[in-house]
Write a protein that binds this ligand. Sequence first.
Ligand code: TRP
Length: 331
Amino acid sequence: MEAKIVMSGIRPTGFLHLGNYFGALQNYVLLQQQYPCFFMVADLHSLTTHPDTKELKENVHRVLAENIACGIDPNQATLYCQSHIPETSELYLYLNMLAYKGELEKTVTFKEKVRLQPENVNAGLLTYPVLQTADIILHRASLVPVGKDQEQHLEMARNFVARFNHRYGIVFPEPHAFNFGSNLIKVPSLDGSGKMSKSENQNATIFLADEDETIRKKVMRVKTDNGPTSEQTPKPDYIENIFLLMKLVSTEEVFNQFEVAYNNCTIRYGDMKKQLAEDMINFVAPIRSKAQDLFANKKYLQEVMEQGAAKARQSAKSTMEIVRHSMGLNY
Ligand code: TRP
């Protein structure tokens, strides 16, 4: 049996943050050592919500730079840009004939975007999951490392694949969301109101591009209290959060030291936050500076994109030959 293929897309909007790192990127870096991986910058998808392309190029460059700085190796994984693969658009067209208006209108992300941009409910928005399916099955990938919010899109992808295979012969494997089991880490936001996210409270999110002083300020603002007054006190949510964050970036020794201090009621949250801030800085600073260097090196980014596009198109081309043949479009 051939090795399973991994494929995922990264939207070129906003800056990456610690949630992206621990929730996704860290796992991509492991996956690239075990599977053939296709990691794609979804620039076409961004047109469904951001028709103004003034900043697109810069955003694509930044996403590439940040991903490489986090450990994605363009010589190991295929790292490419969606719009460089014209085969995607062809497959998207065929799949659109197998996708029904009713099911597309019921998609949660579609309804959410209709609410957010009622003045621009375009057909691309409606068929967003069809384009995403094309991205995945263009490489006949079956493992799709994505977060929970993408599960419905993957379910739709399986439906489109089943319809295609049923009508034209078995060409595509079923794609499944690949969540890393015990490796799936949710990074809480600094204000304890959910997880770190680029769209919500920016002060509660640590970005990989944040300067040292910004990180210090954000961490020192985190809510605490006077500490427990008796042993065996369960931790309130906002304190548990600080421990969770510390577990990600601090050494075990440091973590345990504060755990002990909590349990014997000698903990000083000011000290704990100072330590957390410094450990976060030690974690983020090397990634930030690497990403900055890569971002400034346009020639290198260009080479990465060209090399990625060449590898991705090779895989796309062989799939599309099978697709056209099985659809009877071979005259
Ligand atoms: N829709 C995904 C997101 O919002 C991005 C994406 C585009 C994607 N194409 C993909 C994810 C293919 C996985 C596979 O994050």
